[in-house]
Design a protein around this ligand. Structure first.
Ligand code: FAD
Length: 519
């Protein structure tokens, strides 16, 4: 039997099989020559002490013990060409993992996606960055792989169900992600690696007889006697099925409007909104690692911070070490920020959404929009920011200390946000209560993370697509919409997930419920 050990080691030991083996031998009072293999099960950084260490959980195999390299295998996906069809609207993580799960269950997914396949999508991202042109069906939120394709690909989630999380991570490895994601405490994939994984998932779906329709936007649902019968696309095509997974993400405003117009129950949902802050990565490393230079063995440091200000949580969201701020608008006439990183996270800037939790009462000025009040609140801020920054994809920007002093920044240095920035007093972008909380909050952040509150940090606005402003309510047991039989609201847009992993888990859950209903 291999021996399981938990230990703390210096970074250089954590990164060397030879040194780690020597360390384990000493720890177990065994001869190094007797050890056959060390298999690291979990790895995390402990940066609380002056000397930074790695926590390692590992299995030590001794010579003569039965050791097999554990290769991750994909499930047996059978051919479902002639099986019963299930429609999935949206090819984000929720939609794609629902499709894979349906195939496992012997059902045929028809995935309908408004955006382009992952490579074609790239040209439209270039057009946003370079020409300030936003394609309403193909952008950082819409297209194959959904909002997560051109992201940092962080794979952590607050989901407590470890088994569900591990299954998604293993599937990702099966589709080409590095097995390191199974080991790291805070795994991520990176923008450069995600598209190939997404493409391989799509190819598997098609190889098994499923269908994936790109550049096909669902514009209506066919509902008879409160039962779904199919969907209508912008091309005028009818796609029929009496099971439809609706996984259109948090930015599909036309879907929320369609549901509202058709009197299919939806509810306003609180979300969070704020700015995206960019610091030099070196500064974040110094703060987080308490050292002048992080060296070669420590990764670019992430951070996570939360404070209560005036009774509301203000917190970091989707922090991207060594990353870039991305233009994530989905319509012309608005600006939206988010962030991505390459797999090595080796760029010189660190960015993070810094957002404040909103309450339903904040949406009162938009009460006439009913369940869409939060969405209209969000839209108004994005449109105001667009106007204030010059009616292009440039965003309003301000130095952090200037913001806390309510002073327009005299200049804004070049940041990673490619379309550019315009110096704006952020107070003009947000309702007064939000600016006030953020001003106070940044001062509080500066007390906890010494050096964080600096004019070298540039705020970009707004960070507004943190989660869905709408919930599409579903039955807890069947996961069907509470009013429309056969309609499965799914993933982040429906309000049941936040992030790649939880959206993927929710996709699988909906597919499993459909499997149960059809068995
Ligand atoms: P989405 O991914 O939003 O997918 C919905 C899909 O539905 C889209 O492809 C859209 O085109 C399609 N669609 C919408 N309307 C229609 C229609 N009418 N007809 C047909 N198709 C339609 N999360 C993380 O966990 N880690 C990260 O590092 C991370 N970084 C991010 C970086 C960026 C730049 C962005 C934008 C998001 C990031 N996220 C990250 C969030 C993550 O991407 C989402 O939480 C996740 O993608 C939600 O999955 P989903 O499948 O529910 O919805």
């Amino acid at each position: 039997m291999p021996r399981e050990i938990q230990t703390q080691v210096l970074p250089e030991i954590a990164h060397s099989e030879v040194l780690l083996q020597e360390h384990c031998a000493k720890l177990l009072h065994e001869s190094n020559a007797n050890i056959q293999k060390i298999v690291v099960l979990k790895r995390s950084i402990d940066a609380r002490q002056k000397t930074i260490k790695f926590n390692i959980k590992a299995l030590v195999y001794f010579k003569g013990e039965n050791f097999h390299e554990h290769k991750i295998e994909l499930p047996a996906y059978n051919n479902v060409s002639n099986s019963r069809e299930v429609i999935i609207v949206g090819a984000g993580p929720a939609g794609l993992f629902a499709a894979l799960q349906l195939i496992e269950l012997g059902l045929k997914p028809i995935v309908i996606e408004r955006g382009k396949e992952v490579r074609g999508r790239r040209r439209d991202l270039k057009a946003i960055n370079r020409d300030h042109l936003v394609h309403e069906d193909s952008n950082y939120c819409f297209g194959e792989g959904g909002a997560g394709t051109y992201s940092d690909g962080k794979l952590y989630t607050r989901s407590k169900k470890r088994g569900d999380v591990d299954r998604i991570l293993q599937l990702l490895v099966g589709f080409g992600a590095s097995p390191d994601i199974l080991v790291e405490a805070h795994p991520h994939i990176g923008t450069n690696k995600l598209p190939q994984i997404i493409q391989d998932i799509r190819e598997k779906i098609i190889a098994c007889g499923g269908k994936v329709l790109f550049e096909t936007r669902v514009i209506d649902f066919i509902v008879k006697s409160n039962e779904i019968q199919g969907v209508i696309t912008q091309k005028g095509d009818i796609v029929s099925a009496n099971k439809v997974i609706l996984a259109t993400g948090h930015s599909a405003r036309d879907i929320f409007e369609l549901l509202d117009k058709k009197k299919i129950v939806i509810e306003a949902k609180p979300f969070a909104l704020g700015v995206r802050a960019e610091h030099p990565q070196e500064l974040i490393d110094r703060i987080q690692y308490s050292c002048d230079f992080r060296g070669v063995y420590l990764p670019p440091a992430p951070y996570s911070i939360v404070k209560q200000v005036n009774g509301r949580g203000m917190y970091s969201f989707c922090m991207c070490p060594g990353g870039v701020i991305a233009p994530c608008a989905t319509s012309p006439g608005e600006v939206v920020t988010n962030g991505w990183s390459p797999s090595k996270r080796d760029l010189s800037t660190a960015n993070s959404g810094i957002v404040v939790e909103l309450k339903l009462e904040d949406f009162k000025p938009y009460a006439k929009f009913g369940a869409l009040a939060g969405m209209e609140f969000q839209k108004a801020i994005e449109q105001r920011a667009w106007q204030l920054a010059g009616s292009t994809q440039k965003v309003p920007a301000q130095r952090m200390v200037d913001f806390t002093h309510n002073t327009l920044s005299a200049d804004i240095p070049k940041t990673s946000y490619v379309p550019g920035t315009t110096s704006v007093e952020m107070g003009q972008v947000f309702p007064g209560f939000l600016s006030q909380i953020m001003r106070e909050g940044f001062k509080e952040f500066g007390k906890t993370m010494r050096g964080y509150l600096t004019n070298d940090a540039i705020l970009h606005a707004p960070e507004s697509r943190t989660s869905s402003p709408v919930r599409i309510p579903r039955d807890h047991e069947t996961l069907e919409h509470i009013q429309i039989k056969g309609l499965y609201p799914c993933g982040e847009g429906a309000g049941y997930a936040g992030g790649i992993i939880s959206a993927a888990i929710d996709g699988e859950k909906c597919a499993l419920k459909i499997g149960e209903a059809l068995s």
